[in-house]
Design a protein around this ligand. Structure first.
Ligand code: ATP
Length: 218
């Protein structure tokens, strides 16, 4: 990686299925922006998840809900780049695109919950992710960090003691952040909706209205 430009604060990208987006994603995203000093954080819905069944809800609906959820918060935005690509949505490809847009010196941070980190060795070119970006892992209720196996060893090898690492280089470190734990998952939101129960206060009102209007997850 060539010269780092410390002038611009790191740019973050938070990938996920967002099926649908909920306050666990949103509050974690905002707290992370403020805690580690990201300039902005893009929530990036996955169009074709490489490792899980295709979501019942289209990528266009999932991205539309992310757009509604972040409206009015300028530090969060919807990064819909994976909807424009054919085939499986590999995070590695998205990071390469971001890297070429931002230049070699910009600090890029890929954000994920610790459940995603546990399975990262199944991701396309997973060991090379750190040559393109940093990884910021959010502790998540009910999930522990890997301390053995190839992911545990990789984590121990690349883990930085704090968020300063994100400002000192363009890529290469793993940083773990403990944020406000919010035990909300999209699975639970979908299950509640399928059972005819309310998801008010688990998702933004605008997302709730979108779900009702488009009769999603019924
Ligand atoms: P599902 O239940 O369908 O698996 P999910 O709620 O885990 O969905 P995803 O869209 O799969 O949501 O997750 C996107 C990213 O957000 C992942 O890295 C995941 O770890 C993280 N994440 C999801 N929910 C939370 C939460 N409540 N707190 C912190 N991180 C979360």
């Amino acid at each position: 990686m060539s010269e780092h430009s410390p002038s611009a604060a790191p740019l973050g990208v938070f990938g996920g299925t967002f099926n649908p987006v909920h306050f666990g994603h949103l509050r974690s995203a905002l707290e992370l922006v403020e805690k580690v000093g990201l300039q902005r954080l893009g929530l990036m819905p996955c169009a074709v998840p490489p490792l899980r069944e295709a979501p019942g809800c289209s990528a266009a609906h999932r991205a539309a809900m992310v757009e509604l959820a972040v409206a009015g918060e300028s530090r969060l935005y919807c990064d819909a780049r994976e909807l424009a690509r054919e085939g499986k949505s590999f995070t590695y490809d998205s990071l390469l695109e971001l890297r070429s847009e931002e230049g070699p010196g910009r600090s890029l941070c890929m954000v994920m919950g610790c459940d995603a980190l546990l399975a990262i060795n199944r991701w396309h070119r997973w060991r090379e992710l750190l040559s393109v970006a940093h990884i910021v892992v959010i502790a998540r209720p009910g999930w522990a960090f890997p301390d053995s196996g190839e992911v545990g060893e990789w984590l121990a090898q690349h883990r930085a003691p704090g968020a300063d690492a994100l400002h000192e280089a363009a890529a290469g470190s793993i940083v773990i952040e403990e944020l406000r734990p919010l035990a909300i998952s999209s699975t639970e939101v979908r299950e509640l909706l399928a059972a005819g129960r309310s998801v008010r206060y688990l998702v933004p009102e605008s997302v709730l209205e979108y779900i009702e209007h488009n009769k999603l997850f019924g």
